[in-house]
Each structure stands twice: as C-alpha cells, then as structure tokens.
Design a protein around this ligand. Sequence first.
Ligand SMILES: [Zn+2]
Length: 153
Amino acid sequence: MQKRGKPFQKGQRRLPNAGRKKGTPNKATWDVQAAAEKYGCNPFEFLAQAVNGDLPCNVCRGVGKTKYMDKKGRLLMRTCESCYGTLREKLSPDTRVRAASELAAYIAPKRKAIEHSFDPAQQEQMEERLCKGREFMEQFLTERLKKDKGESK
Ligand SMILES: [Zn+2]
C-alpha cells in the first residue's frame, strides 16, 4: 500500500492509473451526454430525420388536422396547414442540406486543409504530447506552489 501524504516517488510524473483513461469522455462531454439523455434528445437522430425530411410535424403533432373556428363560431377540424396532412415537417432543400452538412461533420470531423490523410499514429503522438504537456504544467505549478509556500514562512 502507498504511504499517505507522499504518494509520489522521485522521478515519477504521476501515480499509476491516475487521470482519465483513453476513450473515457472528459467531463464536459459527459455532462452534455447526460443532459441529452435526461431530456430524451438525440441530436444525431434529429439531424438524420431532418435530412430525410422525416421530422414529425410540430403543429398538428401526428394528427394531420388542426382545430379552427369558422365564421359562425363553430369549432371545426381542417387539414393541418403546416404539413398538409403528411404528418411531416415541410423543410426546404436548403434546410435539409444544412442538416446534412452538420451530420457529415458529426460522422467525419472536419480536417484542416493541410491534413490530407488520417494517421492514427500521428494522432496518438499528438495526444501523448498534449498529455506530457499537461503533466509538465502540473508538476511546474506544484513545485512553484511549494516554493511560494516555503518563501512566505
Ligand atoms: Zn401537421
């Protein structure tokens, strides 16, 4: 068992198994996912439905008809004027193209112009460098803090 108080060994940058594991979403991603699940919202599904022109009509809500009052004050039903009874939201081609574009970015994140091909090894290297940078900063700040505390005594 590790001794409490001084868990770090000299030369060891961090505790084994410390930090976020590869593939585990970071906190921000997790919060967004949890919120989406809580409200039963799946933006991916929504976009896919929009692309296919398959979004449920938000006016008649699956009835195809809406109530209206005629000149004599009678409450009658008529074909939904938003979806014309198709039960699907009428989306312009422009809107559907925009949804398709968003969806495409979801599936294949946009790359910078200079990145011609995806190289998993390069990606790994980049992540490793980022991780090392973060560790370096943490170490630097910890040492700085220790130094500051020592000087204030
Ligand atoms: Zn409708």
